[in-house]
Design a protein around this ligand. Sequence first.
Ligand code: HEC
Ligand code: HEC
Ligand code: HEC
Ligand code: HEC
Ligand code: HEC
Ligand code: HEC
Length: 308
Amino acid sequence: MSKALEPTADCEVLKTHQPLNFRNGPYTYQIVREGNRSIYKITDGVNAISEPILFCFGQGKAGQTYVFRHNDVFYESRVSYYQETQSLDFTIVHPHSVPESLEDGLGRAMTVEAAQGCFACHSTASVSGNQLQLDHLIPGVTCEGCHGPGEKHIAAVKARNFKNLQIFNPANMDGDELTQEFCGACHVSFEKALLMPKQGGSNNLRYQPYRIFNSKGHNGDLRISCIACHDPHDKLEQDAAFYDSKCLACHLTVRGQAKTTTRSAPACPVSKQQCVTCHMPKIALPGGHAKFSDHWIRIVKPNEPIPN
Ligand code: HEC
Ligand code: HEC
Ligand code: HEC
Ligand code: HEC
Ligand code: HEC
Ligand code: HEC
C-alpha cells in the first residue's frame, strides 16, 4: 500500500513504458516522458490539450490512473495503464464512447470532494479537515496513515506523557470494527457499498469488506478479520496453501471429527488443502484487465451467477 500513489517524477510505470498511445475514434491519447515529467496529451489531429501529470494512482498491479489539473480542476484520466496488456485502455467505469470534444475526452473532472477522496485513500496527510493540502502529501498509505501522525507521538514522548503516547493501535479493535471500519474505510465496507448504485455492481468484487460481510459464517470474529489473512506491513501472500491454516482455525479437517468450541465449522467433503482456490476464486473485473479474489467465501456452483 506504500506505493498506492507516486509523484510523476518517481513513477516506475511511466519511466519504463514510453511513449504510451491509445486511439478512440478521431482522438489520439499520448503520454510522453520529458525529463522527470510526463505529459498527458489528447489530440484530434488539429487541436490538442496537454497537461503535466501530477500523480500516478496505483502501483499498477492491475492498473494505474493519472491525475492532473486542467483549468484549475483536478481530472482523472480517461485512459489508464494496464499491467496485463502493458498499454493504455479506458479507465474502469469511464465511458467507452467517442468523446464529444477534446475537453470531454480528457477524463473526469472531479469535484473537490471527489479529489479529496482519491488522495485520502491513496496517500497520507494530504487531507486535513475539509482541505486538500498537497504540500503535506506523503505518497502512499504509510505508517502514520494507519497509526496517526508521528509528530503527536514525538510530542508525547518529549512531554513524558507515557500514559497516552498518541499511537493509534488498531490491534485493540474487535474483528468487525477492524474489517468494516478500519480497512473498510478505504477498501469499502458493507455500509458504504450499500450507498452505491446497485451496491457498485460488478465493481464490488474489489470491495473485500463488503463481500466477506455477505459470506455466511464469516463475520465479526478476529479469525476472519482482514488481518487474520493479511499483514498490512508485508507483501500480499500469493501461495494458496498459506491460507489453509486460516480456514482451519474454524473448520474441521475431517468429516465426522468432533467439534470443539474453537473449531466448530464443518469440514470440506472435497479437499483438505488449497481451500481458497475453490472457495475464493479469482474473477476478472469487467473492463479491468485484472482478476480479484472473491472474498464472498462460498461453495461456488458452476453456471451460477456471481452473487452481488
Ligand atoms: C488509507 C486507505 C487504506 C487503508 C486504511 C487500508 N488500505 Fe489496503 N490498500 C489501499 C490502497 C489504495 C491499495 C492499492 C495499492 C495499489 O495497488 O496501488 C491497497 C492495497 C491493499 C492490498 C493489496 C496489496 C497488493 O500488493 O496487491 C491488501 C492485501 C490490503 N490493501 C490490505 C489492507 C488491510 C488488511 C487493511 C486494514 C488493516 C488495509 N488494507 C487498510 C488503501 C488502504
Ligand atoms: C474509498 C477509498 C478510495 C478512493 C476514494 C479511491 N481509491 Fe483507488 N483504490 C482503493 C483501494 C482500496 C484499492 C485497492 C483495491 C483495488 O484494486 O480496487 C484501489 C486501487 C486503485 C487502482 C489500482 C491499483 C493497482 O495497483 O492496480 C487505481 C489505478 C486507483 N485505485 C486509482 C484511483 C483514482 C485515480 C482515484 C480518484 C480519482 C481513486 N483510486 C479513488 C481505494 C480508493
Ligand atoms: C494499512 C494500515 C497499516 C499500515 C500502513 C501500517 N500499519 Fe502497523 N498495524 C496495522 C494494524 C491493523 C495493526 C494491528 C494488527 C497487527 O499487529 O498486525 C498494526 C500493528 C502494528 C504494530 C504492533 C502494535 C502492537 O501492539 O501489536 C507496530 C509496531 C506497527 N504496526 C508499526 C507500523 C509501522 C512502523 C508502519 C510503517 C512502516 C506501519 N505499522 C504501517 C496497520 C497498519
Ligand atoms: C480468509 C482469508 C482472507 C481474509 C479474511 C481476507 N482476505 Fe484478502 N485475500 C485473501 C486471498 C487468498 C487473496 C489472494 C492472494 C493472491 O493469490 O493474490 C486475497 C487478496 C486480497 C487483495 C488483493 C486483490 C484481490 O482481491 O485479489 C486485497 C486488496 C485484499 N485481499 C484485501 C482484504 C481485505 C481488506 C480484507 C478484510 C475485509 C481481506 N482481504 C480479508 C484472503 C483473505
Ligand atoms: C471465524 C471462523 C471461520 C473461518 C476463519 C473460516 N470459516 Fe468458513 N465458515 C464458518 C462458519 C461458522 C460457517 C457457517 C456454517 C453454517 O452455518 O452453515 C462457515 C461456512 C463456510 C462454507 C459454507 C458456506 C455455504 O454457503 O454453505 C464454506 C465453503 C467455508 N466456510 C469455507 C471457508 C474457507 C475456504 C475459509 C478460509 C479461506 C473459511 N471458511 C474460514 C467459520 C469460519
Ligand atoms: C477442489 C475444490 C475445493 C477445495 C480445494 C476445497 N473445497 Fe470445500 N467444497 C468444495 C465443493 C465443491 C463443496 C460442495 C460439496 C457438496 O455440496 O457436495 C465444498 C464444501 C465445503 C464446505 C461445506 C461443508 C458442509 O458440510 O456444508 C466447507 C465448510 C468447505 N468446503 C470448506 C473448505 C475448506 C476449509 C477447505 C480447505 C481445507 C476446502 N473447502 C477446500 C470444493 C473445494
